[in-house]
Design a protein around this ligand. Structure first.
Ligand code: FAD
Ligand code: SIN
Length: 528
């Protein structure tokens, strides 16, 4: 007998957990998560959540900053509703028990690039860990919620599994749950649900250098794409300008809040080069800072630029950035005395599964929130600290709509068992590893910060070869997490590259030397 729940949540980051807490009063909830429950991008978030909470801040200013960063592609109605809901989701997090940094009895507000004033609510420099801990502890005591760790969602269950032919032009596809792989018992079982939330996060792992943990393999986006949902704006990958450039540090993030506190970007000789590129210097939006660093590194041939905080009071540094300070020290960099060597790395996906203003995807019964979704908030470039905010606001909206959807609905019957007949255990698992490395290299070299027609075509051809090889391996082999993640990464790489090829202009995070300017005619979402 398949497991049955009212609500199925795929992913246990900020979006999935907050949705689960909200729908649990309407029915039973299963949370499926592929590793330990805290392992998520959310858990590594440093800077915080942007919101208008200061008495002298204005919604209009946050809206305007978001629109400027988004370079003409944000949906203004979505920007407005997210920004205006900010204070209420902050209040909700505080009610759930989150402890944010306070100053003089009020929330302490940090500053990040692209914001016209201080408005980042944070818990020192480990905001995500505080949010994840808060949500997980609220969930632990909830009688209606069951968390399944080390369970990997493989495919969404739709009419396709009931024997009906489903095409990309079909407007009447329903999601009935998901096939889930229990990685400890090595079994695949269908889990049926009346409503399913995709909250599987982003796809940083598609690039060689990324700030994301290894869970970020775009599984939800790939599953939704295979189920024939619409996916949008995948060409807009955000590269974070400053990650620690020392061996073994694995692109550890040096938060934008460090520049917000006065950190200065210098070249090897000490020149503060950002003002050569933009009058906002270190506090220009992230795409501009990342592209300036990339340009500087290419022109100079240097391997790093440097973030200098040695002029900032030590107490301010240790109070505001204890985690960054400690991590840098563990790699031999004392930030109170030395410049921090930094380079850009892939950080955030602005595109994702297309949703409406209530988190509904183009498949009935399938909702999406958080980094896996494309809601229209970010446009061509996300403003710093708007993603945790978006995850919280859209999980709330999706919770409201899916609670209505499950009323009077029943579980589907006749879902077949997972069919792995004719497959074998992989003897050449190393091939999976090689293909992943090759894919990451291709995406880094050809679909990175600066693109061109030639580079994108190269990436497309190489990705197609990897796709064919991996699909044929998948058809012959029993499922494993590594193989399924590789397959999902390839789908994401394909969509990112195809979307980038179709945008014949430079806008926000998508910069191509063949079309270096914005084109008014091309100012629309890329929908696949
Ligand atoms: P995640 O938090 O990534 O959660 C995804 C979940 O899905 C995980 O539990 C994962 O294991 C699970 N999952 C994935 N695939 C499967 C599968 N096939 N089966 C089962 N489970 C699966 N944003 C801000 O707004 N402010 C910040 O300060 C900030 N700092 C950041 C710092 C770092 C280092 C990083 C990496 C990101 C940062 N971001 C920040 C971005 C932000 O953290 C993320 O966009 C946001 O947390 C995404 O939340 P989510 O719930 O959508 O996904
Ligand atoms: C950071 O702290 O620099 C990350 C903020 C973000 O990604 O929004």
């Amino acid at each position: 007998m398949p497991e049955k729940y009212d609500f199925l949540v795929l992913g246990s980051g900020g979006a999935g957990l907050s949705y689960a807490l909200r729908v649990a009063r309407f029915g039973t909830v299963a949370i499926i998560t592929k590793k330990d429950s805290a392992e998520s991008n959310t858990n590594y978030a440093q800077g915080g959540l942007a919101s208008v909470v200061a008495s002298d801040d204005r919604f209009e200013d946050h809206i305007n900053d978001t629109l400027i960063a988004g370079a003409g592609l944000c949906h203004p109605d979505i920007v407005e509703l997210v920004v205006r809901d900010g204070p209420s989701v902050i209040r909700e997090l505080l009610d759930w028990g989150a402890q944010f940094t306070m100053k003089d009895g009020k929330l302490d507000l940090g500053r990040e690039g692209g914001h016209s004033r201080n408005r980042i609510v944070h818990a020192a420099d480990r905001t995500g860990k505080e949010i994840e801990k808060t949500l997980l502890s609220a969930i632990a005591s909830h009688p209606n919620i069951k968390v399944f760790e080390h369970h990997f969602a493989l495919e969404l269950i739709t009419e396709h599994h009931l024997g009906r032919k489903v095409t990309r032009y079909d407007d009447d596809i329903h999601c009935y749950g998901a096939y889930v792989f229990d990685t400890r018992s090595d079994k695949v079982e269908p889990v049926l649900a009346k409503a399913t939330l995709l909250a599987t996060g982003g796809v940083g792992e598609v690039y060689l250098h990324s700030t994301n943990p290894s869970i970020a393999t775009g599984d939800g986006i790939a599953m939704a794409y295979r189920a024939k949902a619409r996916v949008a704006n995948m060409e807009f990958t955000q590269f974070h300008p400053t990650t620690l450039n020392v061996p073994e540090a694995n692109s550890f993030l040096i938060s934008e809040a460090v520049r917000g506190k006065g950190g200065i970007l210098r070249d090897r000789s000490g020149h503060a080069f950002m003002s050569d590129y933009d009058e906002r210097a270190e506090l220009a939006p992230r795409d501009i800072v990342a592209r300036s660093i990339d340009d500087y590194l290419k022109k100079s041939g240097d391997e790093s630029v440097y973030l200098d905080v040695t002029h900032i009071d030590k107490k301010i540094l240790s109070d505001s950035f204890p985690h960054i300070m400690e991590t840098c020290r563990s790699y031999g960099v004392d930030i109170t005395r030395e410049w921090i060597p930094v380079v850009p790395a892939a950080h955030y996906l602005c595109g994702g599964v297309l949703t409406d203003r209530d988190g509904r995807t183009t498949i009935h019964g399938l909702y999406c929130a958080g980094e896996a979704a494309c809601t229209g908030l970010h446009g061509a470039n996300r403003l710093a600290s708007n993603s945790l905010l978006e995850a919280m606001v859209f999980s709330k909206r999706a919770a409201e709509k899916s609670a209505e959807y499950v009323r009077d609905r029943n579980w589907i019957s006749g879902v077949p068992d997972w069919d792995d007949s004719g497959t074998i255990n992989a003897e050449e698992a190393i091939l999976i590893h090689h293909n992943k490395q090759e894919l990451q290299q291709v995406m880094w070299n050809y679909v990175g910060i600066v693109r061109s027609n030639l580079r994108l075509e190269r990436a497309f051809c190489r990705t197609y070869l990897l796709y064919e090889e991996t699909e044929s391996f998948y058809q012959r082999t029993r499922v494993s997490v590594a193989l399924c993640e590789l397959r999902n990464l390839i789908v994401n790489a394909y969509i990112i590259t195809r979307s980038a090829m179709s945008r014949k202009e430079s806008r926000g995070l998508h910069y191509t030397t063949d079309y270096p300017r914005q084109d008014k005619e091309a100012c629309r979402d890329t929908i696949i």
